[in-house]
Structures are given as structure tokens and as C-alpha cells.
Design a binder for this molecule. Structure first.
Ligand SMILES: Cc1ncc(COP(=O)(O)O)c(C=O)c1O
Length: 367
């Protein structure tokens, strides 16, 4: 019996093989490979889905975060408040921009930032807050936005894990000042390579990101922005994303269903799915099926024994990363640190079979 994988990108490809091959073929024959019609169309279509005025395609989600931070006026030495449980992506982008990451703890139930956990981390030097909609669950954005407004701080949404999520106010990516998306292949909307986007309602901010992503050009070969670079979404990836985008809602619904099945089996036992209480909400898109357990090593062994793959997202909190450790040695984030020892990711992808879901559930029943 083959293992139940955590994810299987090949199945996702096979499901759409014909339209994907046709889209790629069209690009190959077109002779236009960077910043062409596919890219323009994807930017328009994705902005519509997110309900924002502008989408700017970039090379990956980390660049999207960095450009988003620059677009709200962050300058070297400014502080950026974020969570420490999302694998350093925001901190990496902030450090690259010369900013200082400051870490806030998360809510013990959702493992997300809240206004209450962010507030103590704000200082007069804070320029932006980056909220990660972790594992596909949208944070409670309205109170966070109120807090940011009251402190004159920009709000960046990291939507890398939450493409297609929406709460009563609107889609993830439309609720702050600017948002960053990743289209890494494992994301709910994944390309066949790297890709990302910055989304915003602000015309000037979008125009600035367009200049920054292309060498700082204000017009061809004229560099006006000092911190430009090359970070573009190519035609092949844009064409692939256009084929996949119409399926996003259905895939997200299926992911929610899978997590709901796991949550139902766990019931009110000692283990729980982190977002098991959100599986009937479109504000959750089941990017990762993460369980909380007091016996992670024992549970992992049980899954391995049954041929079910598992993983940990993420084992090392940002403030304990070697690259930062001396700067953040005295930072204590009890909820984040405890969760890092208790989280376990189970298989979850839209193409999972009933048999595979049952195999995961069987192990959960016996834990
Ligand atoms: C929450 C989050 N933010 C940012 C990123 C960075 O995206 P990328 O890998 O495309 O640079 C990722 C994923 O990789 C992510 O999961």
C-alpha cells in the first residue's frame, strides 16, 4: 500500500492536464514570455477575485511581502510587528528591506495574531504590522485594523496561505492597506514554479510596486526608485494561474471538508484541529490541516506506522532562528513556543481520495 502523501502536486496537474498544456503551448508559440498578455489578464482577473483595485504580479511571495512593506513607506530601521509562527517569511522580507522584525505572540486557540497580542509589541518606531492568515484561517482583521489606524501604522495582510478566503467584510487581501500572495506550487492557488502578487486598493502604492518590481523604472531605462529590483511574474506562470483560478473556490471547499472530517473524529478529545471550529466558514480555506497534540512524537510514529505522512509547520519560531537568535534572545512568546512543540500537519489537498481520508481518520480514531 502506498503512503498517504501530505500533498500530491502531480494529481493537481493531471486533473487539469489538457487546459494546462494548451495554456503553456499558447505561451510558447506566442513568443512573449515576460510581462505580456497572460500576465496582464491574470492581474485583472485576480484583482477581481480579491475585490481590490490592483494586483501586481511578482516573482514570489517573499518579494511580494518585501515590496508590500516598501509600498507603505517603510524605511531602513523601521520596525515591523508580526507573528513568529509563520516560518520567517515576513522576517526575511523585513530584514532584506533593512527593517527590524518585532514579534508578537498569538492567540492560543487560533494561533493567529489578534489586536490584543499585537498591541504590546507596538513601539513609536513601528511602521507596519504584517498579519499572516496562517494555515488558511483569516485573522480577525477589523480590530487589528482599528488598532493600526489608532497608532498610525500600516496593515499588511500575508495571504500566502489564504487565497480565496473571505469573511463577512470581504476577501483576504482586500481588508488592509496592502496584501501579499504567494503562488508557490503547494499553495491553494499554486503555479508550476514560483510566483507572487501584491494586491492593494491604493493607486499610488500599486504604481510604486510596479516601478520597484522592474529595476525602479518610471519609464523604460529611466530609474527613479532607489530600491528597485527585478521581480516579475512570467507569462507561463500567469497562464497556468489563469487556468487554475476558476477552480479555487471548489478546491478550498474540499480542503475545508477534509479538515472537518478530521475534526469530527477528534471530537472533544485531548487533541484538536487548530481550525476545526472554522470548517463551515469561508474565512477558512484549509491550506494546512494542523492538529494540536500533547504527544507529537508518539502520534507521528502512529501515522508513519500506518503509512500516513505528516510534517510540522513550523518547528522553529522566528525569534529562535539562528539568524536572529542574538537579537531576539530575550524575547519570550509562550503561546508560540508551546505550539511549536505541539503542532502536527496531516495530509490535506483537494485531490485526496475518500480512501486516503479514511486512512488518516483511522489513525486519528486510535490515537
Ligand atoms: C505565510 C507565507 N508567507 C510567505 C510565503 C513566501 O512565499 P514564497 O515561497 O513564494 O516566497 C509563504 C510560503 O512559502 C508563506 O506560507
Amino acid at each position: 500500500m502506498t503512503d498517504v502523501p501530505l500533498n500530491d502536486l502531480r494529481r493537481g496537474f493531471l486533473e487539469l492536464e489538457a487546459p494546462l498544456r494548451a495554456a503553456v503551448d499558447e505561451v510558447l508559440s506566442s513568443g512573449w514570455y515576460v510581462l505580456g498578455p497572460q500576465h496582464d489578464a491574470f492581474e485583472r482577473e485576480f484583482a477581481t477575485v480579491i475585490g481590490a483595485a490592483h494586483c501586481v504580479g511578482v516573482a514570489n511571495g517573499t518579494d511580494a511581502l518585501e515590496l508590500a512593506l516598501l509600498s507603505v513607506g517603510c524605511q531602513p530601521g523601521d520596525e515591523v510587528v508580526t507573528a513568529a509562527n509563520a516560518s520567517m517569511y515576513t522576517a526575511t522580507a523585513a530584514l532584506k528591506a533593512g527593517l527590524v522584525p518585532r514579534f508578537a505572540d498569538v492567540d492560543p486557540g487560533s494561533l493567529l495574531l489578534t489586536a490584543a497580542t499585537i498591541e504590546p509589541a507596538l513601539t513609536p518606531r513601528t511602521k507596519a504590522v504584517v498579519v499572516t492568515h496562517l494555515y488558511g484561517r483569516m485573522a480577525e482583521i477589523a480590530p487589528i485594523r482599528d488598532l493600526c489606524r489608532a497608532h498610525g501604522v500600516a496593515l499588511v495582510e500575508d495571504c500566502a496561505q489564504a487565497a480565496g478566503a473571505r469573511n463577512e467584510e470581504g476577501p483576504a487581501g482586500s481588508l488592509g492597506d496592502v496584501a501579499a500572495f504567494s503562488f508557490f506550487p503547494t499553495k491553494n492557488l499554486g503555479a508550476l514554479g514560483d510566483g507572487g502578487a501584491v494586491v492593494t486598493n491604493d493607486d499610488e502604492r500599486a504604481a510604486l510596486v510596479r516601478r520597484l518590481r522592474q529595476y525602479g523604472w518610471s519609464s523604460k531605462y529611466t530609474v527613479t526608485e532607489p530600491r528597485g529590483r527585478n521581480s516579475r511574474l512570467d507569462e507561463l506562470q500567469a497562464a497556468v494561474l489563469r487556468v487554475k483560478l476558476p477552480h479555487l473556490d471548489a478546491w478550498n471547499a474540499r480542503r475545508r471538508e477534509i479538515v472537518a472530517r478530521y475534526a469530527e473524529v477528534l471530537g472533544s478529545g485531548p487533541r484538536r484541529m487548530v481550525h476545526g471550529n472554522a470548517t463551515d466558514s469561508p474565512a477558512y480555506v484549509g491550506h494546512l490541516a494542523v492538529m494540536i497534540t500533547e504527544d507529537r512524537e508518539g502520534d507521528r510514529a502512529a501515522f508513519a506506522e500506518a503509512g500516513v505522512r505528516s510534517d510540522v509547520h513550523y518547528p522553529v519560531p522566528d525569534h529562535r532562528q539562528p539568524v536572529l537568535a542574538s537579537a531576539t534572545a530575550d524575547v519570550q512568546l509562550p503561546v508560540t513556543e508551546r505550539a511549536a512543540t505541539q503542532i502536527l500537519t496531516l495530509p490535506c489537498f483537494a485531490e485526496m481520495t475518500e480512501t486516503e481520508i479514511e486512512r488518516v481518520c483511522d489513525v486519528l480514531r486510535k490515537l
